[in-house]
Design a protein around this ligand. Sequence first.
Ligand code: SF4
Length: 63
Amino acid sequence: MRIDVDRDKCEGLGMCESMAHEFFEVDDDDVMHVLDEQPAEEHRKVVTAAVNSCPVLALSLVD
Ligand code: SF4
């Protein structure tokens, strides 16, 4: 699976980071960085929760 980010939508709100800080990080300029774009299958549950937490629907998981 791969984490896909719609940069036009992301507002750096950080919900994804708070749900899964191993995979998402918001820097001091409110820019979100994906730390691991292709998480191992064992992380699907936490990554899915983080993707679903984004209030502006900027994240998606591609299989
Ligand atoms: S929760 Fe959504 S808007 Fe906020 S940093 Fe993550 S992807 Fe961007």
